[in-house]
Design a protein around this ligand. Structure first.
Ligand SMILES: NC(=O)c1ccc[n+]([C@@H]2O[C@H](COP(=O)([O-])OP(=O)(O)OC[C@H]3O[C@@H](n4cnc5c(N)ncnc54)[C@H](OP(=O)(O)O)[C@@H]3O)[C@@H](O)[C@H]2O)c1
Length: 206
């Protein structure tokens, strides 16, 4: 697929590397191609870098991996994305896009896009760079949102890049819960000091 990634930091770069490896076309949409993060991301083999609206116009899927409050200005710079799949990776933990609860809600309202899904927010970027744990295989990813098409695309991408499963957390009413779930990872990994090489995996008894 043609995938635009807005955000050239930890998450955007991790996802770009994995998506290129699995055969997707990836282009970063940036506000400043000369920023240190843009420069570093432009070195990722197989990716291109272009202005935000050029990247989103080209793409079928748009991944948002900026700070959550950035979407307030970003939404109008994305162009017409009503028929594109938007994947929101952000977590409104330290900051949020006031008056919205999350970037997901802001993007949905401001872009008028209904094909939106929250995904790739619930684990650290290191686990996106490498979702495989020795002895356990792929770790799990999670997604939430009302749009089934967007959710199916995100789930496929997650599995293609090495996650074992991408669990459906539910609809729009579960987006904030999925952000709280991300906070649970942050709590264990960082606040409780277990380190970032830690991941969630769902097990079921048959
Ligand atoms: N870090 C993690 O492990 C992790 C895991 C899951 C989810 N998340 C979430 O993912 C998001 C990104 O995290 P990160 O760690 O990748 O952040 P980061 O390394 O700080 O990168 C943020 C990126 O957003 C860009 N940006 C900021 N404001 C922008 C704007 N108005 N328009 C366009 N681009 C803008 C920055 O561009 P410039 O180069 O121009 O500054 C930078 O490329 C956050 O919402 C975070 O909560 C992070």
């Amino acid at each position: 697929m043609k995938i635009a990634i807005i955000g050239t930091g930890n998450v955007g770069s991790a996802l770009a590397q994995r998506l290129v490896l699995t055969g997707h076309q990836v282009s970063f949409g940036v506000r400043d191609a000369s920023s240190p993060k843009s420069q570093k991301a432009s070195a990722i083999a197989g990716t291109t870098i272009q202005p935000i609206e050029a990247a989103t116009a080209w793409a079928e899927v748009i991944i948002i991996s900026t700070p959550p409050e950035a979407v307030l200005t970003l939404a109008s710079q994305l162009g017409d994305v009503k028929n594109k799949i938007l994947i929101d990776t952000t977590n409104s933990i330290r900051t949020r896009p006031e008056p919205y609860a999350t970037a997901y809600h802001a993007l949905k309202d401001l872009t008028k896009s209904s094909k939106i899904v929250k995904c790739f927010n619930s684990t650290g970027f290191e686990n996106m760079t490498n979702p495989i744990y020795l002895d356990f295989g792929g770790i799990d990813m999670f997604c939430a949102g009302n749009d089934q098409e967007a959710k199916a695309v995100a789930q496929n991408l997650a599995k293609q890049i090495g996650f074992s499963e991408c669990w459906d957390f539910g609809g729009d009413d579960k987006v904030e819960l999925l952000e709280k779930f991300a906070l649970s990872w942050i709590n264990l990994a960082i606040m409780q000091g277990h380190g970032r090489n830690l991941a969630f995996k769902v097990i079921k008894r048959s």
